[in-house]
Design a protein around this ligand. Structure first.
Ligand code: ZN
Length: 347
């Protein structure tokens, strides 16, 4: 028997465009400035802890469920910050969007540390997490989305090693992990291209095809919803690597014009291009809306026991009319008197 794989091409969706246009340059700049103003986010510094609390609070204030994966490194307690948005249909097979929040400067590892504002590397990546989290906080998805801010990337992917180990040893599933590291571009250049990083590593090679497929989808997202050009590049030297090594599907975004101030006191917001960062964020937002399957309309949740009070005609996901006494818990569609589609999640 021949099995046909149904491939639905991603076409322009005005609902996605409308949400993508909520990416706000001032909001992105504010996140980056706040992080750069911690002076340093080196893993052995006190202000690393302050940055951790600030990021954690941001996610909590946006209404996310936030946990920390705590570990010890450099004689200090460190934490990966994990903010979760649970999907309506699938809570096990997650999408992860990640960025490291630590930075490094010139006096690397030599106290007292010099300034390490880390605007491009990698407040820009953290701003992607926070801006997307801000915009999708009230939007529902089929799949679960996790935002992860990693600690201790700079001393050697320490934080991501811990989380990858936790995921693989517990057989936890990841649909795709998208890493954002250095998406600020360079103020001295025209920044009109994003590198989409995909898995070209053959140890293992079992995860490469899926990575390339997601990279293609991300490329389409940039073409449909942003003014950026795209080029492909390999994943290397950032927090997706421990996940790639464990066999997970990973992709990344990385600036085309490599900012020359990184790892120095001059890596500040004025050396990068915030308009470019906002465009990079738009592409990733369009991607996650599409692949994690967002609901363009309001979702109403009702308790299973109350389902018989429900007088409307409702349909299952494939469009079949469902009799009221045949309703089980799950996702349904409803059309109200004024023809507005609603989605019901019956628990
Ligand atoms: Zn970095």
């Amino acid at each position: 028997m021949i099995c046909f794989l149904l491939i639905v091409a991603q076409t322009y969706n005005p609902d996605i465009a409308q949400i993508v246009n909520r990416v706000n340059v001032d909001s992105v700049a504010k996140f980056i400035l706040k992080l750069q103003n911690f002076w340093t986010r080196e893993y052995e510094s006190d202000s690393m802890y302050k940055a951790r609390l600030w990021i954690k609070d941001k996610f909590i204030n946006l209404g996310y469920n936030v946990t920390e994966q705590i570990f010890s490194y450099g004689g200090r307690e460190q934490a990966n910050i994990i903010a979760t948005k649970y999907g309506l249909s699938d809570t096990e097979n997650v999408f992860i969007i990640d960025a490291h929040y630590d930075s490094r400067g010139e006096n690397w590892g030599v106290p007292p540390y010099g300034p390490a504002p880390g605007a491009d590397d990698n407040a820009s990546g953290v701003s992607l997490l926070l801006e997307i989290a801000r915009i999708i906080k009230d939007i529902q998805f089929d799949y679960t989305i996790k935002f992860v801010a990693f600690a201790c990337e700079e001393p050697g992917l320490i934080g991501s090693e811990y989380l990858a180990e936790h995921y693989s040893s517990n057989n936890k599933k990841i649909k795709c992990l998208l890493n954002a590291d250095m998406i600020g571009g360079d103020a001295d250049y025209i920044n009109d291209t994003i590198i989409i990083e995909r898995d070209e590593d053959n140890t293992p090679d079992t995860n490469n095809l899926k990575s390339w497929a997601f990279a293609d989808t991300l490329k389409n997202s940039y073409t449909l919803y942003t003014n950026l050009n795209t080029v492909f590049g390999p994943v290397f030297g950032s927090d997706y690597i421990p996940f790639e090594d464990s066999g997970y599907t990973v992709i990344g975004v990385f600036e085309y014009n490599w900012n020359s101030t990184y790892h120095s006191a001059y890596d500040v917001v004025d050396s990068m291009d915030v308009n470019y960062t906002a465009e990079v964020i738009k592409g990733v937002l369009a991607f996650i809306l599409y692949v994690a399957r967002f609901y363009p309309v309001e979702v109403t949740e009702i308790e299973f026991g109350n389902r018989f009070n429900f007088k409307k005609v409702i349909y299952d996901i494939s469009g079949r009319k469902i009799l009221n006494n045949k309703i089980k818990s799950g996702i349904y569609f409803m059309v109200t008197e004024n023809k507005i589609k609603k989605i019901l999640k019956i628990k």
